[in-house]
Design a protein around this ligand. Structure first.
Ligand code: URA
Length: 433
């Protein structure tokens, strides 16, 4: 087999065989195929797309390029979730204890944040003593004992995706539904859970800019999952503004606990209820409305919050510090960002808020950077709110007050005002199974 012939075949929009796709991935992992050849193939795929069968072969080849977690020793109700990326997205911290409190098992490896997007593991590391690294045996025994464990990614899951993604990022080949679907699903399938709920973001802050495209991606991933004997549900959600009010690490933990306590911002709460209901419905084979009643009950009775504390303590975290919200909101310096004019807030650019929070110390510019867990932003106002000039729109938190001016300028660059109340898109567009 020659890579030249495979590129040429795809260039002429012909279907690649399983053997050809496996050859490409295994040779690329052994550095027997050059980056420029894979780049040409990726571009041909972007232009001519791939059939369902090709997408499934590609997913399988990427999935088998590294470790595959075996969760078969756990109960049959393992469930995972994935979000295609969002600012202020602390849903894992909320939905994982909710669904674990209802008999599902969440055994999850999560990422760290890079750039303006936050990572669940960084948020958890705001808790004194919390261990984000566990041995494989401890990972499994915690999942068995309490139904919930979340650690940083230690296993080498789908390494071919890492290599391909880095190349796609610099060759304008991210934007292809079969490539995105195989990239996401290979990692989720390697993570081992039987049920998977995908939060597919749509909007200016997301990969998918339109509901139509997001639906195509969601359908491709749901079909892929079925082919691998997994239950996949995709929830299409709006990502034009940050999710909830808090963006950062300990501030997001505070907000997660607000929702688990039955309070919290309306959109964040609504999204978490929907995602948890889909997880419970899929893992326990229940109708969605039955699952939703169970989820609401887990919050209102305090069962979900109790599971959250159990989880944090089991993993070494000191919960006495986080039970008191003033500790989570206790950055050394705080300063308000003030509205520059009167009017309705018509947009609050998620990327600008994420970048401002990163500037305050909450995120990394390079992988090795240390983060300031106390840093971040909490919004006082949301899109659609009316503000008067100089009214506080948000509060900044940091350990370094010299960062306030640049962060506030970045934030304000992402705020638009209008004289009329703006129309707003729904939060949840569709659920696809
Ligand atoms: N997220 C992924 O993991 N892969 C993609 O290709 C796009 C988004």
């Amino acid at each position: 087999m020659r890579i030249y012939d495979i590129i040429d075949k795809k260039r002429h929009a012909k279907e690649l065989s399983k053997e050809e796709i496996e050859f490409v991935i295994s040779s690329y992992m052994k550095d027997e195929i050059k980056d420029y050849q894979i780049s040409a193939l990726l571009m041909a795929i972007c232009i001519n797309s791939m059939s369902e069968a090709e997408t499934s072969y590609l997913t399988n080849a990427i999935l088998n390029s590294g470790d595959v977690l075996d969760l078969s020793s756990l109960n049959g109700y393992t469930v995972d979730k994935h979000s295609t990326g969002g600012i202020g997205d602390k849903t894992t911290l909320i939905v994982a204890p909710i669904v674990a409190s209802l008999g599902c098992t969440v055994a999850k490896m999560s990422g760290r944040g890079l750039g303006f997007t936050g990572g669940t593991v960084d948020k958890l590391e705001s808790i004194e003593g919390f261990k984000t690294e566990l041995s494989p045996a401890d990972f499994l025994s915690q999942a068995k004992d309490i139904g919930i464990v979340v650690v940083g990614q230690s296993a080498d899951l789908a390494p071919a995706d890492k290599k391909l993604y880095a190349l796609r990022d610099v060759t304008a080949t991210i934007d292809s539904i079969p490539l995105i679907a195989s990239s996401i699903m290979s990692k989720k399938l390697a993570s081992g859970s039987k049920s998977i709920v995908l939060d597919v973001k749509v909007g200016s802050g997301a990969f998918m800019k339109t509901v139509d495209d997001a639906e195509k991606l969601a359908n491709a991933m749901v079909k892929l999952g079925k082919g691998f004997d997994r239950n996949v549900t995709a929830v299409l959600t709006n990502m034009n503004a940050p999710l909830g009010l808090a963006v950062g690490n300990s501030v997001e933990l505070w907000e997660a606990m607000e929702v688990l306590s039955g309070r919290g911002e309306q959109n964040l709460k609504a999204l978490c209820l929907t995602v948890s209901s889909c997880m419970v419905s899929s893992a326990l084979s229940l109708e969605l409305d039955v699952a939703r009643d169970m989820v609401e009950n887990a919050i209102s009775t305090g069962k979900a919050l109790a599971k959250f504390y159990e989880w944090i303590e089991y993993q070494g975290g000191n919960t006495s510090k986080i039970r008191d919200s003033s500790a989570l909101l206790g950055a050394k310096y705080k300063k308000s960002i003030l509205a520059e004019r009167e009017g309705y807030i018509s947009s609050l650019d998620a990327q600008a808020v994420g970048t401002a929070s990163m500037m305050l110390g909450a995120g990394r510019i390079k992988k090795e950077d240390k983060i300031d867990h106390s840093a971040g932003i909490i919004l006082n106002k949301r899109v659609g709110d009316f503000v008067t000039k100089s009214e506080p729109i948000a509060m900044m938190y940091t350990s370094n007050e010299a960062l306030f001016d640049s962060a506030s300028n970045l934030f304000l660059g992402g705020v638009s005002y209008s004289n009329k109340m703006p129309t707003q898109n729904p939060l949840i567009y569709k659920i696809i199974k």
